[in-house]
Design a protein around this ligand. Structure first.
Ligand code: GLY
Length: 448
């Protein structure tokens, strides 16, 4: 089978690499791919938002399965366009992808389906937002409604910060006009983040192993949020109790709610969870694989990814229920980012040490923002590389990942040194009870 992976980041490199290991994958194409995918796949110069170009390419090449990485292609309706032409593609429709492309919609679905989440308010005018903020006595998170590459979420400690965040999102439109048209104001939850990604097809929901992302740019979760500075899998925070709660109170009701709204969900439902003292609460939904969660997930997945995703597309995912196998060893992924990220980044610096790092056993260097510049590979954006390693335990996986990191150099390289440390520390709080009764009543006012 010919397979097409849409996208050019570390996530897409990891997906394409895993798909290339399938004995049934005759040829892998990446659109547009990156220098990392060029090592084993054919990169085609079609951008992920060029839906028409991608459809034409898939038709001409008779692509047997297309796997979509980035959310913007899904929000633009790539799945609908492929399906219209009878081209097999894994992912949600444009309508179903609203669960990620509108945070206000996602909160409304959660509220209606009684999915545990934080107290919130949706606002479409800065004055409305400011009035609500002035009546709150707890720290808030201010979220741009639309897609903002993971950067439209501003975690605030004071009312002043929340008011500034409203100004940045709605008035200055720092994350774009569309993204800032509405905002979600949310009670800031205390706990640790957990990413639970599930493959969904029809009635079948198969959660993958739990991961933990590290969104803040600096160690100890300091500094502004990024798309993700590192991840590890499995995350011990995802205990059986928590995962059971996520399954029964989050994934199942959300998939049912989407079906009731005539927006049936297929693809990856990624629940961004805050594990609090009272159990799991949803921070957000994404409708695609996480970046960087995909990198450690693909290192550990032993089941043939092509078979698995094809079964999901063909509505026979139930064949894989209870049958997905994982390398028991943990995997740690450290993102190497460019100077300036998550703001304006410094580009075009030569990267050295890639070959040496890739020679290490149980290490994969997934490329993100890189490009060829004559004979060199140079930096080309914010999240440059995802250095990912397996180890017999978390300490060994961390040591291996950082051993590889130490071999790679480029000017201005920045990375976190604490990826995976939370897996080694006990939770700072006991998880007392996991019942829906403890969910606070969300503040939802009817739209005018
Ligand atoms: N790791 C965060 C995301 O993929 O959105």
């Amino acid at each position: 089978m010919k397979v097409l992976v849409v996208g050019k980041g570390g996530r897409e490199h990891a997906l394409a690499w895993k798909l290339s290991l399938s004995p049934r994958a005759k040829k892998i194409f990446c659109a547009p791919g990156n220098p990392g995918t060029a090592a084993f796949a054919t990169n085609v110069p079609i951008a992920s938002d060029d839906i028409k170009g991608l459809v034409e390419f898939a038709k001409a090449e008779k692509i047997g399965l297309t796997v979509v990485g980035p959310e913007d292609a899904l929000a633009l309706g790539i799945v609908d366009a492929f399906k219209k032409e009878g081209l097999p593609i894994f992912g949600p429709s444009k309508l179903a992808a609203t669960l990620e492309s509108s945070k206000a919609f996602a909160k409304t679905v959660m509220h209606d389906a009684n999915v545990p989440t934080a107290d919130f308010k949706i606002c479409d005018h800065p004055d409305q937002a400011k009035t609500w903020i002035s009546t709150r006595r707890y720290p808030l998170v201010v979220k741009a409604d639309g897609l903002a590459a993971g950067k439209g979420v501003i975690v605030c400690s004071t009312q002043e910060e929340a008011l500034k965040a409203v100004e940045r999102i709605m008035v200055k439109e720092e994350f774009g006009r569309t993204a800032g048209r509405q905002i979600v104001l949310e009670k800031r939850m205390v706990g640790q983040e957990l990413s639970v990604l599930a493959i969904v097809s029809g009635r079948t929901i198969i959660p993958l192993e739990p991961c933990q992302d590290h969104k803040a740019i600096f160690d100890n979760d300091l500094g502004p949020n990024t798309g993700g500075m590192g991840a590890y899998c499995p995350a011990p925070l995802g205990t059986k109790e928590i995962l059971d709660q996520v399954d029964t109170e989050v994934l199942v009701p959300t998939v049912h709610a989407m079906k009731r709204r005539r927006m049936p969900f297929h693809g990856i439902l990624y629940a961004g969870i805050m594990v609090t003292g009272q159990g799991a609460r949803v921070l957000e939904f994404n409708c695609r694989m996480g970046d960087p969660e995909t990198q450690p997930l693909m290192m550990r997945l032993q089941t043939d990814l092509l078979d698995l995703l094809e079964a999901a597309v063909e509505n026979r995912l139930d064949e894989f229920e209870g049958k997905i196998s994982w390398d028991p060893r943990p995997a740690v992924c450290v993102v190497l980012a460019a100077k300036g990220y998550p703001g304006v980044v410094d580009k075009n610096h030569t990267i050295t040490g890639l070959h040496e790092a890739a020679k290490l056993k149980d290490v994969q260097i997934f490329h993100g923002a890189t490009r060829f510049d004559s004979r060199n590979i140079v930096t080309d954006g914010g999240r440059v590389l995802s250095v990912t390693a397996l180890g017999d335990d978390m300490i060994a996986a961390r040591a291996k990942a950082y051993e590889a990191v130490n071999l790679i150099k480029f000017s201005g390289m920045q990375y976190r040194t604490d990826i995976g440390l939370k897996a080694l520390a006990p939770l700072p709080f006991p998880i007392k009870e996991i019942t829906p009764e403890v969910v606070e009543e969300p503040v939802v006012e009817p739209e005018a």
